[in-house]
Design a protein around this ligand. Structure first.
Ligand SMILES: O=P(O)(O)OC[C@H]1O[C@H](OP(=O)(O)OP(=O)(O)O)[C@H](O)[C@@H]1O
Ligand SMILES: O=c1cc[nH]c(=O)[nH]1
Ligand SMILES: [Mg+2]
Length: 211
């Protein structure tokens, strides 16, 4: 399985707080952002770098480091992925933003696309897809399909909770895509919700339903 489970005490602690049934909208939204920031730190660890010459404080030319190539594009999947966006932008403020809108059909669990606005040069940029939940994997696979149709080649997916089913679906369809998750949970229930999971992440981030 092509997956990195982020094994960091802060990540484990924050995710456990999110699993509490009585987490308020404010708390859930804040934790989503904080976790996204930590995950972006881990997922950017292998960004290519190059040495540059800069003028130091004494007036001498000294060696510096910069990230090589075009800035990353972050791709939040609407709605819930928007909850992770600010956390990632805290670390990579110059990132370009591409948006994908998908709504999972509650009966068939198939993703229904409703919006797509990718940066024009997505074929030249590395991409970080953001979505808290990787359940069946249908929404993630559809997003990657969409991005690859536009030539995107270097893709990572950041999720808070994944299932073995979802990871397998992404790995089978797109073995080149690296998945980063805060937890690999047990399974999906009959309604397609992750167990133990977080409940409906979109509703909890936006406060649209009480659970
Ligand atoms: O792996 P899958 O089985 O495709 O399920 C995961 C998707 O479901 C949720 O979004 P949802 O469609 O509920 O939309 P929302 O973000 O507006 O709540 C979640 O944020 C993922 O996008
Ligand atoms: O458990 C799940 C599955 C899909 N979407 C969610 O928000 N939660
Ligand atoms: Mg939802």
């Amino acid at each position: 399985m092509q997956i990195t489970i982020i094994d960091h005490p802060l990540v484990k602690h924050k995710l456990s707080l999110m699993r509490e049934a009585d987490s308020s909208t404010y708390k859930f939204r804040t934790l989503t952002k904080e976790l996204a920031r930590l995950m972006a730190y881990e997922a950017s660890r292998d960004f290519p770098i190059e040495t540059i010459s800069i003028q130091g404080w004494e007036g001498n030319q000294i060696e510096g480091i910069q990230i090589k190539g075009k800035t990353v594009t972050v791709v939040p999947i609407l709605r819930a992925g928007l909850g992770m966006l600010d956390g990632v932008l805290d670390l990579i403020p110059t990132a370009k933003i591409s948006m994908v809108g998908l709504q999972r059909d509650e009966d068939t669990l198939e993703p229904v696309p409703f919006f797509e606005k990718l940066v024009k040069d997505i074929d030249e940029r590395p991409a970080l897809i953001l979505d808290p939940m990787l359940a069946t994997g249908g929404s993630m696979v559809a997003t990657i399909d969409m991005m690859k149709k536009h030539g995107c080649k270097n893709i990572k997916a950041l999720v808070l909770v994944a299932t073995p089913e979802g990871v397998k679906a992404v790995n089978d369809a797109h073995p080149d895509v690296k998945i980063f998750t805060a937890a690999l949970d047990s399974h999906l229930n009959e309604q397609g919700y992750i167990i133990p999971g977080l409940g409906d992440a979109g509703d909890k981030i936006f406060g649209t339903k009480q659970h």
